[in-house]
Design a protein around this ligand. Structure first.
Ligand SMILES: [Zn+2]
Length: 246
């Protein structure tokens, strides 16, 4: 498998729904390249490095995390370059880095609601022995906004609330008219009974409306959706009483 080219400067590695491995995005500038998320494991991170090499693309100089969920961050321990995240993501990962990964501890977290069954099942498929999991925290954090100039491509990172998690980092790349949202537009699987909180959803739609992007890149299902289609999708969810609370 090769990296898929999505826009002039942006590529992605394919997702794997079976283990919840998301799409991992790679932004290639003239001077530097930025990887968005690491995938769910060192194994998938190394797969990504292999695919970059096959495509003649350099290894990433920087990594930015879209949110704390394991499928986006558990490859961090295999990365050699600096990893950037919001302070909110770091504070959650600090907590998660102290978790134990034997089966009893994992099951206990299901009982307390700290973790969810879907994640447990996918981790068991990804890791032959979950005790090998190492959760590493980012090296660089920011509270609200950060700008990264890759050379001919500028990335604007913004931490904000999202329907999916409170620690979402959205990455706007004007050169390609792209907004990378990761999982931000999905429901909150740890809260709200896996439904949308109407207020958080509305605020997120207002935020999307205000940014002049054309392509929205997301973590699962399909990597790209147009701004219009994304807003229609969220509009219909917000009007569906089966899918919203609050
Ligand atoms: Zn997520």
């Amino acid at each position: 498998m090769h990296m898929r080219k999505l826009t002039e400067h942006i590529y992605c590695m394919d997702a794997n729904a079976e283990t919840d491995q998301p799409f991992v995005f790679y932004v290639h500038g003239e001077k530097r390249s930025l990887l968005v998320d690491t995938g769910n494991s060192p194994e998938n991170y190394r797969k990504l490095l292999g695919e970059l090499q096959e495509c003649g693309l350099p290894e990433p100089d920087l990594i930015a995390l879209t949110h704390w969920h394991w499928d986006h961050t558990f490859g961090v321990c295999a990365a050699e370059c600096p990893v950037i995240a919001s302070e909110a993501t770091d504070s959650i990962l600090k907590n998660v880095s102290a978790w134990k990964w034997d089966d009893d501890s994992m099951r206990q977290r299901l009982a307390t609601g700290e973790d969810i069954l879907f994640t447990y099942d996918c981790m068991k498929k990804q890791y032959p022995d979950t005790r090998a999991i190492v959760v590493k925290r980012p090296n660089i954090t920011f509270s609200e906004r950060m700008m990264i100039d890759l050379g001919g491509v500028v990335c604007y990172l913004e931490h904000r609330d999202s329907p999916h998690t409170r620690d979402a980092v959205m990455i706007y790349i004007p050169a390609d008219e792209v907004l990378i949202g990761g999982d931000a537009h999905y429901e909150d699987y740890y809260d709200n009974d896996s439904k949308y909180n109407r207020k958080r959803l509305r605020s997120f739609m207002d935020y999307l409306n205000a940014i002049p992007f054309v392509h929205y890149l997301k973590g699962h299902d399909e990597p790209e959706i147009s701004k219009t289609a994304m807003l229609e999708l969220l509009e219909s969810a917000s009007e569906d009483p089966e899918r919203t609370v609050g």
